[in-house]
Design a protein. Structure first.
Length: 361
């Protein structure tokens, strides 16, 4: 069979989830698998606008993003939104439509709402016969992910499943798989050897600060409150932050840019201070890493925090001094730390990739 794994390159999480699924199809099946970015099949100007507009809004005008995100989730506006999306995609995604019609994939594993709508529209017209599986990459779910024609929807946790049922989605179309993460996050490491390899000090409470793919947030202000801790900062695409931190040479602070060994960096850390993106959360859950959240993007990330609170996972709503206080509690109290680890186990889904790939029959 021919399998397509498709994402859209707005933020790193969709790509990482798609790569994990692509690798899973290769590992667990003999099927042919292709990974594509849906935006590569749109007009170059549209692709640039799509990425740049999203980054500009979340970094400079998060209130506007929150307004847009929330307003298009109301039930009464959905018919109009679907109509606009169909017109919008028919103009901007013609290349993607032609690709899907030409290739006639047996299964489409979608990691983004845009290819969901494009593929389902073609399926409704009888132009493709693909089974379409949508793997939602956040803990809450926005109605924009839903399209008539999806055969299966995989979700992060039981809360998400119940929310989709409240939208009228039949339970037989839903599966709690967890968000797909690279299976290397569940591999055990010799932590002492790994610390030596990464240049990280032994026997000191280590705080990982993950800034998200764009390097957003009050990172330096947080670092300046963390005396007594060893700190690892992963800056992602935030080159200006990377250069600034290296120039200032904060004591006991190790700085990384864009990395492909986040699993190893998590393995040598005790707690992660992070933006609450769906993929970052899922990777930390699988790795068994307690989390403190900062600078949540209004919309999908604040909704992630809301859902995690239902399970008692993660600490949120802290000022910068309060982040340091919460870290001190976790480092000083074995009971507090053990409790955080126990709560994580409820949501950790190390077999997400294997379970989603098993839907390919």
């Amino acid at each position: 069979m021919k399998i397509l794994v498709i994402h859209a390159s707005a933020g790193a999480g969709h790509l990482k989830a798609a790569e994990a699924l692509r690798d899973g199809v290769k590992k667990y099946t003999d099927h042919e698998v292709v990974l594509v970015d849906a935006l590569d099949y749109t007009y170059p100007a549209f692709k640039a606008m799509y990425r740049n507009t999203y980054f500009f809004m979340i970094s400079k005008m998060p209130w506007l993003w929150a307004l847009a995100f929330g307003s298009i989730d109301y039930p009464w506006i959905q018919p109009f939104i679907r109509f606009v999306r169909r017109i919008y995609n028919s103009i901007n995604a013609r290349g993607l439509q032609k690709f899907l019609i030409k290739e006639q994939f047996d299964y489409i594993l979608s990691e983004h709402f845009m290819p969901n709508e494009v593929a389902c529209a073609l399926k409704r017209k009888g132009l493709i016969k693909s089974k379409i599986i949508s793997a939602i990459t956040d803990y809450d779910v926005h109605k924009i992910w839903l399209a008539d024609g999806l055969d299966q929807i995989t979700v992060a946790c039981p809360w998400t499943l119940e929310r989709l049922k409240s939208f009228g989605i039949p339970e037989e179309k839903l599966m709690v798989s967890g968000i797909p993460t690279n299976e290397k996050f569940s591999i055990s490491h010799d932590v002492r050897k790994l610390k030596d390899h990464l240049g990280v000090e032994q026997d000191i409470f280590t705080v990982l600060i993950a800034t998200g793919s764009f390097g957003i947030g009050p990172i330096e202000e947080i670092i300046q409150t963390l005396d007594g801790f060893q700190v690892i900062v992963v800056c992602g695409h935030g080159k200006a932050l990377f250069d600034r931190l290296n120039e200032k040479k904060y004591p006991r602070v190790k700085v990384f840019g864009l990395v492909d060994n986040m699993d190893e960096i998590m393995a040598v850390s005790d707690v992660m201070v992070t933006k609450p993106g769906g993929l970052s959360i899922s990777e930390a859950l699988v790795r068994g890493l307690p989390m403190i959240f900062f600078s949540a993007i209004p919309g999908q990330e604040t909704n992630n925090v809301k859902v995690l609170k239902e399970y008692g996972v993660g600490i949120s709503g802290c000022s910068i001094p309060e982040i340091a206080n919460e870290l001190k509690k976790l480092s000083d109290s074995k009971e507090e730390f053990a409790s955080a680890l126990e709560k994580i186990k409820v949501l950790a889904r190390p077999n997400a990739v294997k379970d989603i790939v098993a839907l390919i029959k």
